[in-house]
Design a protein around this ligand. Sequence first.
Ligand SMILES: Cc1ncc(COP(=O)(O)O)c(C=O)c1O
Length: 371
Amino acid sequence: MSASNLPRVPVMRPQLPTASELHPYIERIDTARYYSNHGPLLIELEAAFAAHFRVAPSQVALINNGTVALSAALVAAGARPGSKCLLPSWTFVGSASAVWAANLVPHFVDVDPDTWMLDLDRLKQRPDLHEVGAVMIVSAFGSPVVTAACDRFTEETGIPVIIDCAASFDTVATVPAAAPGRSPIMISLHATKVLGTGEGGLVLSTDEALVRRLNQVCNFGVWDSPAGQILGYNGKMSEYNAAVGLAFLKTWPDRRAQLAALTDRYQRLLKSKPGIDVLPAFGSGWVSCYCNISPNRGTSDANILALAERGIETRRWWQSGVHVQQAYKAFPRDPLPVTEHLAKRVFGVPFFHDLSDNDFERVASGIDAIL
Ligand SMILES: Cc1ncc(COP(=O)(O)O)c(C=O)c1O
């Protein structure tokens, strides 16, 4: 078979619970006739996530997707409407759309080359902090964000920090420095993420008043009383999505073991190859849903094409950063040399729990070929 006729190796292949795994939960919904509005399955999932992240259930909020959860977290944390929100351009566009939806002005800041994330110590030196209503730090593809540093930044500057940990379902639970603090952490429960409910978002914070406010924002501004108390919208998660989360959690230990084995395998492969950089924190004890590489030779376009010719799908998950995307071009930004460097080189290779040995070997020889 010629290379172009080989079956394609997909870059990602999500798998949520099957119909039979979901069945007992759907039956419970049928019996209870309770479909949304903080129903019994949602409360059970909140408690299960609280145990997973070692926090109290009152420190967990379940929202209908990660973007709404991020946006509501900005509102609940008290970010001044109309002010700037500092965030990296090196992220998925959803981070910036959450800022826009919270009535803030996205201002793109460069990332640190050693972490691919914002450096809060550098942000503290900025002369424009008086214009800044919030900071959104984005975990690079599941990398740990040190929550104590975020809380310290808020204590010292009065500016809330929101942590976009979209792909950090495992990191936040397993890396002690990334465990929840006061600064709200958002974890996406989208089908493509580490643990999915289809669509969904999870917020964690030890600031229980903030979590309560966030639930209120996502329930039309209403909580414990039928009257609108503050401004809000509908960001509730339904019982059906909660059912998917409960069924998925049962299989999490097996899923995690598969992701850890693949992470280990990629790490050993990539370590042995000179001329290729990897996400700096990749393979340091946590698992995610991505493996991003940065070959030193060639642009990502040329390398992606060479792999595509071998039937290997890749994805520039964060494209060229958000600041060059049409809808965000006009927003303020700093010079972004590190982002521009990463944007030219980084792309994701096939990474999902049941990537076969044969497909892994095809990716490995494709990487050899581009080097
Ligand atoms: C870094 C980042 N932030 C935010 C989001 C938005 O999450 P959701 O898709 O759950 O709205 C994503 C989702 O892909 C993401 O990767």
